[in-house]
Write a new protein. Structure first.
Length: 293
C-alpha cells in the first residue's frame, strides 16, 4: 500500500470530507478524491460511505483507519523525538487542560515560560474531559483527576480548594445559608457537564447532606466552571468555584465558610514515550516550580 495514499486516507477519515481533508493537506478536493478512489481500487473494497452530509467509514475502512492512525501517531512521535535538540528544547508542544484552569492559570504562566524557551511553540486545548493522550491528541495534560490509563506518567502539581460563593447582591436579598440544611431554601448554580473531571467538587452543594435523597435542584446549570463563576457574580444563586478562579474577586461572598470545602488535586500527565522529551521535561519542571512558589 502507498503510504501517501494512506496518509491522505487518514486525513479524510478524521475530517469526514474530501474538502476539509484537502484544506488540511494543501490539496484540491478532486486530488484527494482521486487518491481515495485509487486506494479503494488497490484494496478492492470501499472505504467510505458517501452521502450528502459527508463521508462515513465502512467496516473495512474503520479497520484500516485504526491501523493507519496508530502508525501515523508513532511516526509523528518518532519525528518529534528525532527533531528535538539535546540541548535546546524546541518544537510544537500541545497542552490540554480544563477550561477554567487553562484559561485563568496556565495562560498567565506562559509568557515567562515562552521567554525562557523561545524555540517552543505552544498550543492549548481546553477541555473539561480527559482527551486521549495515548493517541497523541495532546502531548501533555493538566487534569483535576488522576488518569485511568496505567501507562500515563502523572505528577501532582497543586491542590486547590473549591469554595461556596454568592454575590453581594444575592446575600443582601436572600441572606446567607448558615447550615447545610439552609441550602434547601436557596437558589443553586450547578455544573451540568458529565462526566467532567471536577464534577463532584463543583456539584458539592447539590449533594452535601442529602444522604439517599435526590440532589437539590439547581436554579441554573452550565457546563463551564467559568460560566458558573459569572452566573454567581450576576446573583443567580450560590455555587462552587475553585480557588484558582477567584483571585482578588470583590463581588463574591464566601458562604458556609466554617465547613471544610472539597479539594481538587491537579496532575501533570504525559505518555511514557515522552518521558525523555526535553520540552516536556522543561514544562513539567517549570509548572511544578510555579505551583510551589
Amino acid at each position: 500500500m502507498d503510504w501517501d495514499r494512506l496518509r491522505i486516507f487518514n486525513a479524510v477519515a478524521i475530517a469526514g470530507s474530501f474538502t476539509h481533508a484537502g484544506e488540511t493537506l494543501g490539496l484540491s478536493q478532486s486530488a484527494v478524491s482521486r487518491q481515495i478512489s485509487a486506494l479503494e481500487r488497490d484494496l478492492k473494497t470501499p472505504l467510505f460511505h458517501r452521502h450528502a452530509r459527508g463521508l462515513m467509514l465502512t467496516e473495512n475502512g474503520d479497520t484500516l483507519f485504526q491501523t493507519v492512525s496508530e502508525v501515523a501517531n508513532k511516526l509523528n512521535l518518532a519525528e518529534l523525538l528525532l527533531s528535538q535538540s539535546q540541548d535546546i528544547p524546541a518544537g510544537d508542544l500541545k497542552i490540554t487542560a480544563p477550561v477554567g484552569f487553562g484559561t485563568v492559570w496556565i495562560t498567565q504562566q506562559l509568557h515567562e515560560f515562552m521567554t525562557l524557551y523561545p524555540e517552543i511553540s505552544v498550543e492549548i486545548l481546553l477541555n473539561d474531559e480527559q482527551i486521549d493522550l495515548a493517541m497523541r491528541a495532546a502531548d501533555v495534560a493538566v487534569w483535576t483527576k488522576e488518569p485511568d490509563h496505567p501507562e500515563l506518567i502523572r505528577r501532582p502539581l497543586m491542590t486547590s480548594k473549591v469554595r461556596a460563593y454568592a454575590s453581594k447582591g444575592y446575600v443582601e436579598k436572600f441572606g446567607s445559608p448558615k447550615t447545610i440544611a439552609d441550602l434547601d431554601n436557596h437558589k443553586l448554580v450547578s455544573y451540568s457537564g458529565h462526566p467532567a473531571q471536577h464534577l463532584a467538587a463543583v456539584t458539592w452543594l447539590a449533594n452535601i447532606g442529602r444522604g439517599d435523597k435526590p440532589p437539590r435542584p439547581a436554579a441554573i446549570q452550565v457546563n463551564s466552571v467559568i460560566a458558573m463563576k459569572y452566573a454567581i457574580r450576576a446573583g443567580l444563586g450560590i455555587g462552587m468555584i475553585p480557588d484558582y478562579l477567584t483571585g482578588q474577586e470583590s463581588d463574591l461572598v464566601g458562604v458556609l465558610n466554617e465547613i471544610e470545602p472539597p479539594k481538587l488535586t491537579l496532575y501533570f500527565v504525559y505518555p511514557e514515550e515522552l518521558k525523555n522529551s526535553k520540552k516536556v521535561q522543561v514544562l513539567r519542571d517549570f509548572l511544578v516550580a510555579k505551583t510551589h512558589n
